[in-house]
Design a protein around this ligand. Structure first.
Ligand SMILES: *Cc1c(COP(=O)(O)O)cnc(C)c1O
Length: 359
């Protein structure tokens, strides 16, 4: 048989492997593997979702007009400066679809967000992955040096998933001074609400002085709406218009639009939860450091343990506990642990202690 063949870059994307499913005879796991919020939606947000559900036979607002306006207002930008998508990962993919194709290079740090190589492959552009520094930070000098005549987009992740450090404003400015204006820089700030170091660059501010910059933000993490899929990119309207052109029609559902708007209404309450996660992050880091781990600067809602060759064994041991403790392992490198509730974090520290003393 001679079946249709996909583009080679697509064929090379690793097939999706579903995570372990719980079984009936096991307790629900402690899930610290996806950087989700430990809090369920606020009552006001649940109510908005339920209300939108009553009109599920209708298409959502195709242009998500109110949501664009509300996000723009919150950022102090015109509504034309925002493009929402089904999660910021979709919005980022639309950026690459709008700006890159075969023959172009898309640069990012590595290790960073796992979606970057995938969304790059989808556009057919060539990925250029620049290793992080020894302390798990973006190596912006090396990234600037790696710019070529075909570099089209540079993705920066601050705070960096999965390692934790944010990009500092001074190093960001020095980097931008090296980047030609025709190269698009996208600052992925999925975790920016959790960043507490005032020296971490604020993408919103940086938009005012860098015309070739976009920022990407999401309702999935600090706003706790990972299950509804809504995120956005923002920047100059001329840069955003081509991104909007690539958005799949109706990709942000009506309940997602309603929940995002209700979350913006409840921003202060949600930011109190963020402050609690940040406080718990300090406890988690302290607990792990007491066990002798060095934790890189954690500016997101997760911490990184560079377990190296021991990673797989450790992840497996945690998964075998009762209840299972699920973390995100990167074979041979380390594991990313989401900051959970106080009880979950304490269980995690005990579990890591137990798993390492057994190993
Ligand atoms: C979680 C995450 C996103 C976006 O997630 P969505 O759920 O698609 O909005 C984007 N970038 C990074 C680095 C992330 O970790």
């Amino acid at each position: 048989m001679n079946l249709p063949s996909p583009r080679p870059q697509i064929a090379a994307i690793p097939a999706y492997v579903p995570g372990a499913r719980g079984t009936a005879d096991r307790q629900p796991p402690i899930k610290l593997s996806s950087n989700e919020s430990p809090y369920p939606p606020l009552p006001s947000v649940s109510e908005a979702i339920a209300q939108a559900g009553h009109a599920a036979h209708r298409y959502p607002d195709m242009f998500a007009v109110e949501l664009h306006e509300r996000i723009g207002e919150g950022l102090g930008l015109a509504p034309g400066s925002v493009a929402v998508g089904g999660g910021s990962v979709a919005a980022l993919q639309h950026v690459l679809q709008a700006y890159t194709g075969p023959g172009d290079e898309v640069m990012y740090a590595w290790r960073s967000f796992e979606a970057y190589p995938i969304i790059t492959a989808v556009t057919g552009a060539t990925p250029v992955a620049v290793p992080l520094t020894a302390d798990a930070r973006h190596d912006l000098a090396a990234m600037a040096a790696a710019i070529t005549s075909v570099t089209k987009v540079i993705l920066l992740c601050s705070p960096n998933n999965p390692t934790g450090p944010g990009i500092l404003v001074d190093e960001f400015e020095a980097f931008m001074a090296e980047v030609p204006e025709h190269v698009l820089v996208v600052l992925d700030e999925a975790y920016i609400e959790f960043a507490t170091d005032p020296a971490v660059v604020d993408g919103r501010q940086a938009l005012d002085t860098h015309p070739n910059l976009l920022i990407a933000r999401t309702f999935s993490k600090a706003y706790g709406l990972a299950g509804l899929r809504v995120g956005y990119v923002a920047g100059a309207p001329e840069l955003i218009a081509p991104v909007r052109a690539c958005v799949t029609p109706f990709s942000v559902s009506a309940p997602a639009q309603a929940a995002a708007i209700a979350s913006l209404d409840a921003r202060d309450e949600l930011l109190e939860r963020v402050a609690e996660v940040v406080a718990e992050r300090a406890n988690l880091v302290a607990g792990l450091e007491e066990l002798g781990w060095h934790v890189p600067d954690a500016q997101g809602n997760f911490v990184w343990l560079a377990a190296g060759e021991a990673t797989d064994e450790l992840v497996r041991a945690l998964g075998e506990l009762e209840p299972a403790v699920l973390v995100r392992g990167f074979s041979g490198e380390g594991m990313r642990i989401t900051v959970g509730s106080r009880a979950e974090n304490e269980a995690l520290v005990r579990a890591v202690n137990e798993a390492t003393s057994r190993a």
